[in-house]
Design a protein around this ligand. Structure first.
Ligand code: UVW
Length: 321
């Protein structure tokens, strides 16, 4: 995606935008996840009331297709060893006692399914999260990779903000936007408050259109989502939001309708404030349960895979109510 000449550069658009750089020291690599203290974990766990579990990962290798950011390809799984390898003349290894086993492998973009972005995943102006030099990304993220997030794990109180239901639609369409004031209104309609340090989970059900339309989904690709304003960024910073979780591929409106810039919030929230991004979640079962019991606040726990120097990692977040 190239920047058209009439579109402002991120350096210009986000000139003087707030950052949390240095707030947790010069070596920090987990950013706003620092807000998830032991107290937050205990507060979150205290919301477990009925012992219901919801896993938020989308199926990798879904026979109906895997939605991915344009330019990435869905994961492919290859069978390496199965019973056919022990057919006559086959190459199945011979083990004492006659053991047979199955093996397979996947070839996958680390950002190609439900995933945590590393804080160093995006940048502008030659600097990534906490002010590290963008050249530290060359050949692998030496700074702010997904590894420290994976090492730490994520747990705390989370709220579901069901924007599709709030707007009375099955799913939000391309280019639809909402901001922090809409999130507050949605929370109010659901009978909850967004509290400081809450993990925000926003449902759009937009990817339903991918499953309905197939490849046509990408023809005019502009996902719905949060839209940048200085006030929205201040809201995230003042509320100390640690983690933004959504069911879209990139967590925000793809191209900002106000200025034409792509993925502004990846930069204003992730690069500048250190907000962790969790993308491509499947929120449907959780949302149905919340609509049913009217409980939109719960315990959230997740840990991406520990992959050295990686820009992101698949994850299967778990909500417990
Ligand atoms: C990009 O940053 C391009 O995408 P995502 O954060 O969705 O992986």
């Amino acid at each position: 995606m190239t920047t058209a000449p009439e579109v402002p550069a991120l350096t210009e658009l986000l000139d003087n935008a707030p950052t949390n750089w240095g707030k947790w020291g010069p070596d920090d690599e987990i950013g706003s996840l620092n807000y998830l203290t032991a107290e937050q974990v205990i507060t979150g766990a205290s919301l477990i009331k009925k012992g219901a579990l919801f896993t938020l990962q989308r199926l990798i290798g879904d026979p109906k297709g895997d939605p991915v950011w344009p330019g990435r390809s869905p994961a492919t799984r290859e069978m390496i060893l199965d019973e056919s390898h022990w057919d006559e003349g086959g190459d199945g290894p011979a083990f004492p006692g006659g053991l047979h086993y199955a093996d397979d492998k996947i070839n996958a973009f680390l950002q190609g399914s439900t995933q945590y972005d590393a804080l160093g995943h995006v940048w502008y102006d030659g600097k990534i999260w906490n002010g590290y030099d963008a050249r530290t990304t060359i050949g692998g993220l030496d700074k702010a990779s997904v590894e420290p997030i994976a090492e730490r794990g994520v747990a705390g109180r989370a709220v579901l903000l069901d924007m599709a239901r709030f707007r009375g639609v099955a799913c939000l369409g391309p280019r639809e936007t909402y901001d922090h004031t809409d999130l507050e209104k949605c929370a109010q309609a659901q009978g909850i408050q967004i509290k400081p340090r809450d993990i925000l989970i926003i449902r759009t059900n937009h990817l339903e259109l991918f499953f309905q339309q197939g490849e046509k989904f990408y023809d005019d690709f502009c996902e719905p989502g949060l839209v940048y304003s200085p006030e929205l960024v201040e809201w995230f910073q003042a509320r100390e939001i640690p983690n933004l979780v959504t069911d879209t591929i990139a967590n925000e409106v793809t191209t900002d309708p106000n200025n034409g810039v792509a993925l502004v919030l990846h930069n204003a929230l992730m690069r500048n404030l250190g907000v962790a991004f969790t993308e491509i979640c499947d929120l449907e079962k959780l949302a149905a349960d919340c609509a049913d019991d009217g409980v939109y606040e719960f315990f959230y726990v997740a840990a991406p895979l520990k992959i050295h120097n990686a820009t992101g990692s698949p994850v299967n977040p778990v909500v417990i109510k």
